[in-house]
Design a protein. Structure first.
Length: 718
């Protein structure tokens, strides 16, 4: 290596996204070897992932890794650990490519003062998008270390080998040097550019192996810190007044009774009315004494009329995909099936509610926040406080679930506003009622399908329209010559006037709705043609990956042909999400009152290279468990902007007693790029349960959730 190769990079282009100059950077992170990671420069990033890179993505770097003089490897990334396990899987990729042990890697995640800008953690994009450049950076670091070792050991490069943080002469293994020894006294900063040699799948020693999560001990012992666990001297707890309905305007307020409680402070700042106290229980008592009167908006829709409303206000749709001719497809079909599918509003219902703590010192602010988007939160706090963005630091501790809901940072902004007015650190931890009111919901949606099939079982017609869910998952993968898919309503963001309250992303946005509709319709057509649902799907599929997961699921499940309805039934559902192919099969038991017990679920998943099979299995199990909720019980009841479900006494989420036997099959595809694993299995839960209910009872359900009342009504139509 030439002397010039040891020189530091020019950091003049970094300040826009990382507020440190070159000297501060080196001072903060010390000596060692630093490799800057840029998604834009990554050679290994698949083309399909590259097309989805956001335009605001920095040109300089998005993360970096540092091999320190202590021999430890630290990865600094704006990604956040939400419970999905990337704190472990990213470390596995880094450790394997760098040739160090997994326990020598530290992940520093989401801290906006330590980590470069990142768009956020959502959409199962971390492994797919960030994984390839992270591996390249590790390989680059290994190459730098190997070059240093040639000088240190006086051995040619082709005779050296690295393992467990040690480089040694293959002909004389005792002639060796550790990474820590090589980095001592060095200050080397390299940017990831040009091609580097990555390991082949056959060479992996850590990637692809099941490992326990690196955060497991902290979490099971209670040592893990979440935003609500942070305590600061003099901090106040805030409780926020909830209006009776979205869109309500305050007419009058009496806070005198609340202010009589010792230590209480009431803050009124426009639409934000909060009670602060050094004890959260006292803040709650004081909030209960606040008396307010509101002007309520006219309630134009409720949870029963919302679907007609959505169809009335739906804008012109856009074709997602089309082929052949619909009229020709209809003429060729012996059976035409036209059905409408509905799904209600669904809450995120995360274990940890939205939480934030804000401390202001002069013209600087520090924020501890439960967020999926710390850099967005940083800018939002800076705006509300009138500070330069570089003067705001957001630190996300562990996050207790997000599912898309913690991409919004309303609680962070509330805490910042209150801390500014109170002159003290303020923590906002939404109560469960505040969570249900202020959080966004998965949108109510409608899907209309007209399809046609021949007696032979061949599908010839597919006319699909989805309203207000979004297009994700709407692109059917069956071999249908005459088809059209149209999406209208702007997806989960909605269009003005469509929803009476806020809607947003919910684990695998749109795909739960679209898969429920598509796979239910496929089963109906199989029944019309008199063909077993498994055989029918095999007859109409050509995609090898989908055929692979379907046959793997059938083998594991032990699928047998549909039987006479006797209260127990089997169901199938297929889907694609975030590049992952998934097939679910389920067995259910339905009693005469319409109550469902899901007894057994098999999930076969082709996600390309599985970085941590144990983590992937956990995600599948989590998806299936969470999916039971939206399939069977979860829905928001409302009238206009008034929300009737403000806790789990009326909004029922899955319980341990509901859980079926769950079996997971991960397709061996280690030579394929890794795909998303946090969402795919959940998309099939609505349809697989619906299809199994039909097999068990002969009753077809067209609305989610499939409550006992709806099932009983379907079993006993008037």
């Amino acid at each position: 290596m030439k002397k010039d190769d040891y020189m530091d990079l020019d950091f003049s282009d970094i300040e826009a996204h990382f507020p440190l100059d070159r000297r501060e950077f080196i001072k903060l992170f010390g000596g060692g070897i630093i490799i800057l990671v840029s998604l834009r420069d990554a050679e290994a990033l698949p083309q399909q992932s590259r097309r989805r890179l956001r335009p605001e993505l920095p040109e300089d770097f998005n993360a970096f890794l540092r091999i320190g003089e202590d021999g430890r490897v630290r990865c600094f990334t704006g990604k956040v650990e939400l419970g999905q396990g990337i704190i472990t899987s990213l470390a596995q990729m880094l450790a394997d490519e760098l040739e160090v042990s997994l326990n020598s890697v530290d992940m520093v995640m989401g801290d906006t003062d330590l980590c470069p800008w990142d768009m956020g953690t959502f959409g199962s994009m971390t492994t797919r998008f960030f994984g390839p450049p992270l591996r390249e950076a590790a390989a680059k670091a290994r190459a730098v270390l190997m070059e240093l070792a040639t000088e240190y050991l006086q051995v040619s490069l082709n005779k050296l080998k690295a393992k467990d943080g040690v480089i040694f002469d293959k002909t004389q293994p005792k002639n060796q040097v550790t990474y820590a020894q090589l980095t001592k006294g060095k200050k080397i900063v390299k940017k990831l550019e040009g091609k580097v040699s990555l390991k082949a799948a056959s060479e992996f020693t850590i990637v692809g192996k099941p490992v326990s999560r690196t955060d497991a001990q902290e979490k099971v012992t209670g040592k893990a810190m979440f935003s609500g666990d942070i305590r600061l001297p003099g901090m106040l707890y805030a409780r926020i007044l909830i209006p009776p309905a979205h869109g309500a305007k305050i007419k009058s307020m009496d806070t005198s009774a609340a202010e009589k409680i010792k230590g209480v402070r009431v803050i009124k700042d426009g639409d934000l009315i909060a009670v602060l106290h050094k004890h959260p229980e006292e803040a709650g008592k004081a909030l209960a004494k606040v008396k307010a009167k509101y002007d309520l908006p006219e309630a134009k829709v409720d949870d029963k009329t919302i679907f007609d409303h959505l169809l009335k206000v739906a804008p012109e749709g856009e074709a997602v995909v089309q082929g052949g001719n619909l009229q020709t497809g209809e003429k060729l079909s012996a059976h035409i099936v036209e059905e409408t599918y509905l799904n209600s509003y669904v809450a995120h219902a995360t274990t940890e509610t939205h939480t934030a703590l804000v401390k202001i010192e002069g013209n600087k602010a520090t924020v501890w926040a439960s967020t999926q988007t710390p850099f967005r939160a940083k800018d939002e706090v800076a705006q509300v406080l009138g500070f330069p963005s570089k003067n705001v630091r957001v630190i996300p501790p562990f996050v207790g679930g997000g599912f898309g809901g913690k991409s919004n940072n309303k609680q962070v902004v509330q805490a910042a506003r209150l801390a500014k007015l109170a002159g003290k650190p303020v923590q906002v931890a939404w109560s469960r009622a505040e969570e249900f009111f202020h959080d966004t919901f998965r949108p109510a949606a409608v899907v209309k399908i007209k399809s046609g099939v021949k007696d032979s079982g061949k599908i010839f017609l597919w006319d699909y329209k989805v309203y207000f869910a979004g297009e994700r998952g709407s692109q059917q993968f069956y071999d249908i010559p005459h088809h059209q898919t149209v999406s209208t309503g702007g997806g989960w963001r909605g269009t003005p006037g469509s929803h009476p309250f806020g809607t947003g992303a919910w684990r695998a946005p749109a795909n739960n709705t679209n898969t429920f509709a598509r796979e239910s319709q496929i089963d109906i057509m199989a029944s019309k043609a008199g063909i077993d649902p498994l055989e029918f799907r095999l007859k109409n599929l050509k995609d090898k990956r989908m055929l692979g997961v379907l046959t793997a699921a059938a083998k594991k499940f032990g699928w047998t042909k549909s039987k006479a309805t006797n209260g127990r039934g089997y169901g199938i559902s297929l889907g694609i999400d975030t590049g992952t192919y998934v097939a679910l099969m389920a067995e259910v038991e339905v009693d005469k009152k319409g109550a469902v017990q899901v007894k057994h679920v098999v999930c076969a998943q082709d996600m390309g290279l599985s970085i941590n099979p144990e983590g992937a299995k956990m995600q599948v199990e989590g998806c299936i468990t969470m999916g039971l909720g939206y399939a069977l019980t979860e829905e928001i009841h409302f009238k206009g902007g008034e929300i009737f479900d403000l806790n789990f006494d009326t909004y029922e989420i899955p319980r341990f007693s509901w859980l079926p036997k769950i079996e997971t099959v991960l397709i061996d595809a280690k030579d394929s790029p890794p795909q998303g694993g946090g969402e795919p299995a959940i998309i099939c839960m609505g349809a697989v349960v619906a299809n199994a209910i039909y097999d068990a009872t002969g009753a077809r359900l067209f609305q989610l959730p499939m409550t006992p009342e709806r099932i009983k009504e379907a079993m006993n139509p008037k």
